[in-house]
Design a protein around this ligand. Structure first.
Ligand code: BTN
Length: 333
């Protein structure tokens, strides 16, 4: 949309930029630029205009839009970024684009999801105006055995993005939840399709949900002990979400470009950030979760991102993420 392009241009400019300059860059009339500026002002953007100098962006509201994300990315990266006010699930929308042949690196971001998907059929609460719901398409050309690496790399990528965007440290709970003060601030749901003949991952849709500006009352009561937001953990501060969305896209692009050679970095960083090792854990077989779990102590992250656990009966086992869930740091996985 034209207003997104106008927003990107005036955001990237350090000082004033003339309407004539913008209209030349975009190949549209001055009148069209005026209309776009008017719309942006109505949305809450503070845009100063001066007869001789042009437009100056003084303040941006916390709106997730293509224009505000593109302003924080290199020109040329923005074509495959699709931003919506509301969708059912960004993963589902991106799956549709992938089926139409969208390239690796295509992104879908939404301000709200009406049926956000969590792991194992759960719902992911996705209120509008406060979180980031982002899906990233990656065609990794790797065997399905690499799926744990991919989801674990993503946890590192998002932790790095949060650090780069806001300077905040997060921790990883095995296998790929991000925590702050031992409560969950980000969930990742990777949905893959595998080519039957080769066993290679054809498409992976990596869905990332980050709780950014939620207040305690934005979470349903059953999540109040386990979920939190960056804002809650930082004295109610409001964070500019487009900044984090742009950093997640940069971080995921680095992941894609570094796959699979960059494994030393991701494994090292994963081990550094993970707080599951050293903790008491209870492991549940995924298919029989209501049965009794086995308790033990997590002792290491193996090179394939499986979790080495010393159980209370003295046995030591390597747990794979697709087979068990681990509880211990907080009430649910
Ligand atoms: C979990 O922790 O259970 C995973 C949550 C994943 C949520 C994200 S939000 C963006 C993407 N779209 C979805 O419907 N789900 C993922």
């Amino acid at each position: 949309m034209l207003k997104d392009d106008v927003l990107t241009i005036i955001s990237k400019e350090d000082g004033y930029i003339s309407g004539e300059n913008i209209s030349r860059k975009l190949g549209v009339t001055r009148a069209a630029i005026n209309t776009a500026v008017k719309t942006l002002r109505q949305e809450g953007y503070e845009i100063e205009s001066s007869t001789n100098k042009g437009y100056l962006l003084k303040n941006s509201p916390d709106i997730i839009s293509k224009g505000s994300i593109a302003a924080l990315l290199p020109t040329g990266r923005t074509g495959d970024i699709n931003v919506f006010d509301t969708v059912g699930s960004t993963n589902t929308v991106l799956k549709g684009l992938a089926a139409e042949g969208a390239p690796s690196g295509t992104v879908v971001v939404a301000d709200h999801q009406s049926s956000g998907k969590g792991r194992r059929g759960r719902n992911f609460v996705s209120p509008s105006g406060v979180g980031i719901y982002l899906s990233y398409l990656f065609r990794p050309e790797s065997g399905f055995d690499k799926i744990s690496d991919l989801t674990s790399w993503t946890a590192v990528a998002v932790a790095d993005a949060i650090k780069n965007a806001y300077g905040l440290d997060t921790q990883i709970k095995w296998v790929n939840d991000l925590l702050m003060n031992r409560k969950k601030i980000c969930g990742i749901l990777t949905e893959v399709s595998v080519e039957g003949e080769s066993g290679f991952i054809d498409t992976s849709i990596i869905g990332i949900g980050v709780n950014v500006n939620e207040k305690p009352e934005d979470f349903p009561s059953e999540l109040s002990d386990v979920a939190t937001s960056l804002s809650i953990e930082n004295d109610g501060k409001t964070f500019f979400r487009s900044k984090l969305a742009a950093e997640i896209i940069r971080s995921m692009d680095r992941l894609k470009d570094g796959w699979p050679d960059n494994s030393d970095y991701y494994l090292g960083r994963y081990r550094e950030l993970n707080i599951t090792t050293g903790s008491k854990v209870t492991a549940y077989k995924l298919m029989s979760e209501n049965g009794n779990g086995r308790t033990g102590t997590a002792i290491a992250i193996n090179d394939d991102y499986s979790l080495k656990v010393k159980f209370d009966d003295g046995s030591i086992e390597d747990l794979k993420s697709g087979e068990v869930s681990v509880r211990g740091l907080y009430g649910y996985t």
